[in-house]
Design a protein around this ligand. Structure first.
Ligand SMILES: C[S@@+](CC[C@H](N)C(=O)[O-])C[C@H]1O[C@@H](n2cnc3c(N)ncnc32)[C@H](O)[C@@H]1O
Length: 215
């Protein structure tokens, strides 16, 4: 695994500690409900009858588990997360999907093959990653031409969101998280040759953006 920055190390040690209660807290209810909205939106954008999927910042693998139960045609599923504890929990689950692999890796330097994936998910996680332009480049590298990136991410437009997000940073003691407004999320996509094909809000705080990889 490539070197992990000190920023990543401190964020991940928090997730290591959180991993054991991750699926039972209030936030997990929010995350868990968001998965159904993501799965519904993804149905329209998956164009192939069999496809490879990766979830970057997959946590305990709950999303991939639900996705594989609800969507037919999955060939291979991969979950990437920098927290060893999250991945340990994910690996201990019983999956019905054929091929599912979990790996401890950083979003900035994934060992995944180039142009291997049809769909990349990144849910509730981008703000924890360093260097978002690099991350989008990685998403583009691992996707096939015409592949889909599905991003669920907090966004900052509007006074209420702008005021609430710094409070959340304090509550979770997350010094290094980085949020964007809607325009910036689209620009990040453009910087890595993605075009936005669908963009809506999930709940009040999150943007659910679907991008297509042009290449
Ligand atoms: C809020 S959780 C979201 C997990 C899952 N996607 C969900 O929606 O429930 C963010 C996840 O990102 C992971 N993470 C944080 N920094 C990372 C990095 N640099 N590379 C990969 N994963 C990272 C954390 O370990 C954590 O599991």
């Amino acid at each position: 695994m490539a070197t992990v920055s000190s920023r990543e190390a401190s964020s991940v040690s928090q997730f290591d500690r959180w991993s054991h209660s991750y699926e039972s807290g209030i936030w997990s209810r929010y995350f868990s409900q968001s998965y159904d909205a993501v799965i519904e939106s993804s149905k329209k954008s998956i164009k192939k009858s069999t496809f490879n999927v990766v979830d970057v910042g997959c946590g305990t693998g709950l999303f991939l588990q639900r996705f594989s139960n609800k969507i037919p045609g999955v060939n291979a599923l991969t979950g990437i997360d920098l927290s060893k504890e999250m991945i340990k929990i994910a690996r201990n689950k019983k999956y019905t999907a054929k091929k599912i692999v979990f790996s401890v890796e950083s979003s900035s330097s994934m060992s995944l093959e180039t142009s291997e994936y049809d769909v990349v998910f990144c849910l509730n996680a981008l703000h924890h990653f360093p260097d978002h332009r690099e991350v989008f480049k990685e998403f583009s590298r691992i996707l096939r031409a015409g592949g889909t990136l599905i991003l669920l991410e907090l966004f900052t437009d509007g006074l209420a969101r702008k005021s609430w997000l710094p409070i959340m940073k304090k509550i979770f003691n997350e010094r290094d998280v980085e949020f964007h407004n809607r325009k910036e999320l689209i620009a990040l996509g453009k910087s890595a040759n993605f075009s936005l094909i669908d963009g809506k809000n999930y709940g009040y705080f999150s943007a659910l953006n679907i991008y297509e990889a042009a290449k």
